[in-house]
Design a protein. Structure first.
Length: 529
């Protein structure tokens, strides 16, 4: 890490309560005539880290939250994570399961006033499919797509794709956001030049201040569905005229602003500070989702291009050390999980754990062929449970006799840094701690950690082949058997090390009602009591 980047991180980490108050005061000066009822119609939301990317086809948690607010999707999911039509009025599939015909709802509009057409959906699917892991699987099965009229488009498959609707409904990772044709034709690996969505809120690009704030206004032209809202499906009714998002990386500052009424909602609460919210009768601390933290490797460079070493480190990990560092020692607050998938979900097989003493683990590390290579662990300082995982892992590896350097940065910097495959002596990395909610691990389509193609250059041809067999299966029994094979093979090859599960909470004022359970904050249905 350079001196300049360390300086920037220090500046970010010193974001103080004075900063929040100053921003609120500046807003008051800029709008001296705001009436009390106008303030009541503004939702003040805190992101825990910078909204660094605006293009919804980006794997970055704040961008997913932003994308859900601004863009609509063809399908959503209900509380059982089952796909439900959202922009779609209905669909038909041919007898051979190779031709899907989709019909859009009436009245769908983009924020520039143009109607949403079939010719917007086709390139939106194609662009998304180049970036999302589930989308890449679907793209490999697609022969071609076409818009047959303004409200109809078709997907022609080379072979059946069993979870097609699950892919289009993608509740985690990169959601399939529908954008105008001209934007959907942008290179998927470049940011789109403007944010023109199709959802309940418009992004006010001229008021966006990177690292500080983002502003959204209700889109009066949005036509919601009639069904009750669940997760990312149903009626998306925007009850606020305006949303003001503040980006406050310091959790204590964010909670202080929430307790004083300066903000209405904090995206997530670090587990070690949750009691500050739970003990306040004016606030609600609601479980967003059960989270899995995991260690992910750079497979391109030594030493973790060695599968024997990955297994030896996996078996040296005591998951309780990691989860208890986050939530404490109450076993009701965490779950041990020896699986590359989400324990407790349908069809998940947990693997037998290997328990070794520290001395035996040291011997296993040497026997695996570790020769003292430098290991760079990236530490995301503004996401406490990720930082905790990185630091516990670094301490463990040092006690195992490994040559470890912990490099600290904010999450946005880490997200950029992890795309590099350079050796560690040229600014590369060896390992970082990341997280996934359980819906992002529930099957081989969404779980991109166990397949080829994500950061770190992991490759497993057998898993990729079995995943193709899984998506092509038309019978549940065949899909189940293939899924179990993938789980066992993935655990043996160890593309990541699971560190256990715990609940992550969001916090908001009791003056808000209608906050929906979802793996990311969604703003429809929310109103002020």
């Amino acid at each position: 890490m350079t001196v300049d980047s360390r300086t920037q991180n220090r500046e970010r980490s010193t974001f103080s309560r004075r900063t929040v108050l100053g921003m609120a005061a500046a807003a008051a000066v800029a709008r001296p005539a705001i009436a009390q009822d106008s303030k009541a119609r503004t939702l003040r939301f805190v992101l825990n880290y910078n909204l660094g990317f605006l293009d919804p086809n980006t794997t970055y948690a704040p961008t997913t939250t932003h994308g859900r607010a601004v863009f609509d999707t063809l399908y959503g999911v209900d509380n059982q994570i089952k796909p439900k039509p959202q922009m779609i009025e209905g669909q038909e599939v041919s007898a051979d399961n190779k031709v899907w015909t989709f019909r859009l709802r009436e009245g769908l509009k983009f924020h520039d006033g143009e109607p949403v057409r079939g010719r917007d959906c086709v390139p939106s699917i194609a662009r998304w499919a180049k970036r999302d892991s589930f989308g890449q699987l679907l793209a490999a099965a697609i022969d071609h797509m076409e818009a047959t009229d303004d409200r109809t488009f078709k997907i022609y498959l080379k072979q059946p794709f069993g979870p097609l609707l699950d892919a289009l409904a993608r509740p985690t990772g990169i959601p399939l956001c529908i954008m105008p044709e001209r934007l959907a034709q942008t290179d998927p690996f470049k940011q789109i030049p403007e944010i023109i969505g199709s959802g309940p809120y418009r992004f006010m690009q001229k008021e966006y201040v990177p690292g500080s704030r983002a502003i959204y206004e209700r889109f009066e032209g949005y036509v919601p569905r009639s069904e009750a809202p669940e997760w990312t499906s149903g009626a998306k009714i925007a009850n606020f005229d305006r949303m003001e998002w503040l980006m406050i990386p310091d959790m204590a500052t964010a909670i202080s602003a929430l307790k004083s009424g300066e903000v209405d909602w904090v995206n997530y609460v670090q587990p070690e500070l949750a009691q500050l919210v739970v003990s306040d009768p004016k606030l609600v601390a609601a479980v967003i989702n059960r989270i899995s933290t995991l260690l992910y490797f750079n497979f391109q460079n030594p030493p973790f291009n060695n599968v024997a070493l990955r297994r030896a480190l996996r078996d040296a990990v005591n998951q309780e050390d990691f989860v208890q560092a986050v939530v404490g020692d109450d076993p009701k607050l965490y779950q041990i999980c020896h699986s590359m998938f989400g324990c407790g979900l349908p069809g998940i097989v947990e693997m037998p754990a290997t328990s070794r003493s520290l001395e035996d683990s040291k011997k296993a590390i040497v026997a695996a062929g570790y020769k003292g290579e430098k290991i760079v662990v990236l530490d995301s300082t503004d996401v406490s449970f990720l930082s905790s995982g990185a630091r516990v892992a670094a301490d463990l590896m040092k006690r195992l006799g490994m040559n470890v350097e912990l490099q600290s940065m904010d999450f946005a910097t880490l997200a950029q840094r992890r795309t590099s495959l350079a050796p560690v002596e040229k600014g590369g990395w060896s390992m970082f701690c990341t997280s996934a909610d359980l819906p992002a691990l529930q099957n081989p389509g969404v779980n991109y950690y166990i397949r080829s193609g994500w950061v770190g250059a992991y490759k497993n041809d057998e898993v990729d082949s079995l995943t193709q067999r899984w998506v092509s299966a038309t019978e549940p029994a065949g899909a189940k058997q293939t899924f179990e094979q993938i789980q066992r093979l993935s655990y043996e090859d160890t593309p990541m090390i699971p560190l256990g599960l715990f609940d992550l909470r969001t916090a908001y004022s009791k003056s808000l009602t209608g906050v929906l359970p979802c793996s990311t904050a969604v703003f429809w249905n929310v109103k002020r009591a």
